[in-house]
Design a protein around this ligand. Structure first.
Ligand code: FES
Ligand code: FES
Length: 231
């Protein structure tokens, strides 16, 4: 059972039971909705809109019953050491948007919820608004906002659909250099391309690729659990 992709009926295991299952990403800071360190993303299927809706929430404030039947994703669910970091995490790290790191999972999840809800790259105002509930006591915010702004404006391939299930070719701006680069995720599927991407000089790895045959890019984004569509 992967709790970071588990359709829970209780949010608290994500916060207070995580030490037993190794999910230490979500942080408990203020415990009263003021810092955003505990941010997770919840998703549900809106029967009126007929689509999945995603929200970043403060897990410390969410009553147990409020996430009944919802899909809850913690920071471990979007990227980790085994599966590789999500581009958002990678962009933040490369832009020096994380120092002590305590706030970082919260910022990442706020940004993740924003792009999961966006058909187009969010504006700078939307990014800043989405991060309004996240506090950082180390970075001064500028590197964080810059990391997400550059990421959102230049990685258009991630917005081909709202669930980020597809990655297509598009101009890619390297989050390390801020310049066009060939190191980003590609739709092309040759082994040479994958090898080039994996060994490029700026170190940006493709978001995901088929590890079995090494030729086809696939998304590792967690999907909305089909069983929750029926609720
Ligand atoms: Fe600070 Fe939840 S722990 S907002
Ligand atoms: Fe230390 Fe943000 S990096 S609080």
């Amino acid at each position: 059972m992967q709790l970071y992709s588990y359709s829970v009926k209780s949010l608290f295991p994500f916060l207070f039971g995580y030490t037993e299952i190794g999910l230490t990403g979500t942080k408990l800071g203020c415990g009263e909705g003021g810092c955003g360190a505990c941010t997770v993303m919840v998703s549900y299927f809106d029967q009126n809109l007929k689509k999945c809706v995603h929200h970043a929430i403060n897990a410390c404030l969410a009553p147990l019953y409020s996430v009944e039947g919802m899909h809850v994703i913690t920071v471990e669910g979007i990227g980790n050491r085994k599966a590789g970091l999500h581009p958002i995490q990678e962009s933040l790290a490369r832009s020096h948007g994380s120092q002590c790191g305590f706030c970082t999972p919260g910022f990442v999840m706020s940004m993740y919820a924003l792009i999961r809800s966006s058909k187009e790259p969010p504006t700078e105002e939307q990014i800043e608004e989405s991060l309004a509930g996240n506090l950082c006591r180390c970075t001064g915010y500028r590197p964080i906002v810059d990391a997400f702004r550059v990421f959102a404006k230049t990685n258009n391939a991630l917005y081909t659909n709202t669930s980020l299930q597809g990655i297509t070719t598009g101009e890619f701006i390297c989050p390390s250099t801020g310049k066009p680069c060939s190191c980003g995720p590609k739709a092309e599927s040759s082994e040479e391309t994958i090898k080039r991407n994996l060994s490029n000089d700026c170190g940006w790895r493709p978001f995901s690729y088929n590890e079995t045959d090494g030729t086809t890019y696939t998304s590792k984004e967690l999907i909305f659990p089909p069983e929750l569509l029926l609720r």
